[in-house]
Write a protein that binds this ligand. Structure first.
Ligand code: FAD
Length: 423
């Protein structure tokens, strides 16, 4: 557990900082507790990533359910939540997607205030580059769809893009910039802070966050969940929410059902810090490259997924080369930068590139997965919708279309243009 400052009243404020400065910072409390698990909880959530923590938070806030354990095999936020490139946007094509992603974006806009924790939300504007004729058609279609969904996005010309972003080369021989899909409300947030902010709020409501505790088995009786077996013993529960991203199939197998999920490594890298030169988030989906500049000045770069299923959390080298080579044509100044770090996370891909928020064949077990390469932006909206599903035992309007049965009934929510490889 990391110690992070809470004042004695539990509320962060300018007065708390001043008071702690005067008493040499001796009064800060830990941000969340690390208790031993109890024998039984009303709700057990497996996975203390953003989606698991947000689900717990909105179960407490919106439904008054606080008898909850959030069980994490590593450290909270140590999965994809702490490994992503933090892009936030809601410019999806299909109506159910626009609804849940825009709900998330609206919640992000007030999240620091709601959690009393600075998640460093930075709506600096997001630009998806069209570098093929196919992308022009796809993105223009998305702009029209977004207008109908009340999600403000616009088509911008190459000339406008050059004005917005002087470091870009719009005349590349292989990948000329032909226009772009722009969402002014898009941006980034600090990924760790999102996990920490939710964790602190959950802990303050009396929920137990149990780290370093792997779930190794799920006990069911007469088609109903009874308990989970963990590294810290057996824990009974009335309801179980599996929210473990790339490990969803592993958890589902423990409970005796299968999920239409493929697990793939997706990777990112950062450069050495440089002076501010890029105040937009850029996505170049044709070349599988994403770019933004962190507050420290590093260029944060995301690549594509590996072409084979794996759980390696590293990503393969040829992707680094591919991503950087392609981005250098559009951003020649990158060629002179040193790359500092590279890492990977295991993303959970569905066939239609849309998430699953669903009941399952086992009574009392709910699943939230399939966010693939783009679930960070969805965390608040997903938590909100999942809390509704777990509390009521059936989905509300936001989650209604994202059930598992869509794969049986052929009601796919095709987001291959908006989310096939994009964040
Ligand atoms: C390199 C990369 C870049 C990305 N970029 C973006 C981006 O720019 N924008 C965006 O919106 N999304 C992005 N994503 C996707 C995003 O990170 C994920 O969709 C999101 O973080 C998923 O959150 P989660 O809470 O579902 O999963 P996670 O954060 O992975 O949390 C799941 C947790 O479950 C735990 N767990 C697994 N098995 C068990 C078990 N048996 N017992 C107990 N605990 C278990 C794991 O340890 C993990 O902490 C990116 C992902 C990667 C890897």
């Amino acid at each position: 557990m990391s110690a992070s400052p809470t004042n004695s009243t539990g509320k962060y404020s300018v007065f708390a900082i001043a008071r702690e400065a005067l008493r040499l910072h001796s009064g800060w409390k830990r941000a969340w507790t690390s208790p031993e698990p109890k024998k039984k909880y009303k709700v057990v959530i497996v996975g203390a990533g953003g989606h698991g923590l947000a689900t717990a938070y909105y179960l407490g806030k919106n439904f008054g359910i606080t008898d909850i354990a959030i069980i994490e095999k590593g450290w909270l936020g140590g999965g994809n939540t702490g490994r992503n490139t933090t892009i936030i946007r809601s410019n999806y094509l299909q109506d159910p997607s626009a609804a849940i992603y825009d709900k998330a974006l609206k919640l992000y806009e007030g999240l620091s205030q709601d959690l009393n924790y600075n998640v460093m939300f930075s709506p600096r504007g997001l630009l998806m580059l069209a570098q093929t004729e196919h992308e022009i058609r796809g993105y223009k279609r998305t702009v029209y769809a977004n207008q109908l969904q009340d999600v403000a996005t616009e088509w911008v010309t190459p000339h406008q893009i050059k004005e917005m972003l002087p470091i870009i080369n719009i005349d590349g021989p292989r990948y000329p910039v032909l226009g772009g899909l722009y969402q002014a409300r898009g941006g980034t947030a600090r990924h760790d802070a999102v996990a920490w902010g939710y964790a602190r709020a959950c802990s303050a409501m009396g929920m137990d966050i149990i780290q370093n505790c792997e779930v190794t088995g799920v006990e069911t009786e007469n088609g109903q969940v009874r308990a989970v077996n963990t590294g810290k013993g057996r824990i009974e529960c009335d309801k179980l929410a599996m929210i473990v991203a790339g490990h969803s199939s592993v958890l589902a197998e423990m409970a005796g059902f299968r999920l239409p999920i493929e697990s793939l490594a997706l990777q990112a890298l950062v450069s050495e810090p440089i002076k501010p030169c890029c105040d937009l988030v850029i996505m170049a989906n044709t070349v599988h490259g994403y770019l933004s500049q962190s507050d420290k000045g590093e260029m944060v770069i995301g690549g594509g997924t590996d072409g084979f299923n794996n759980y390696s959390q590293r990503g393969s080298w040829h992707h680094v080369e591919e991503t950087v080579r392609a981005l250098v044509e559009t951003f020649p100044m990158l060629s002179r930068l040193k790359m500092l770090r590279q890492w990977g996370g295991i993303v959970d891909m569905t066939g239609d590139r849309s998430p699953i928020l669903s009941t399952t064949p086992v009574g009392g077990i709910f699943v939230n997965c399939g966010w693939g390469t783009g679930g960070f932006k969805a965390i608040p909206g997903s938590g909100w919708a999942m809390a509704e599903l777990v509390a009521n035992g059936r989905p509300g309007a936001l989650a209604a279309e994202f059930g598992l049965n869509r794969f049986k009934e052929g009601r796919f929510i095709d987001e291959s243009v908006a989310a096939g490889v994009a964040h």
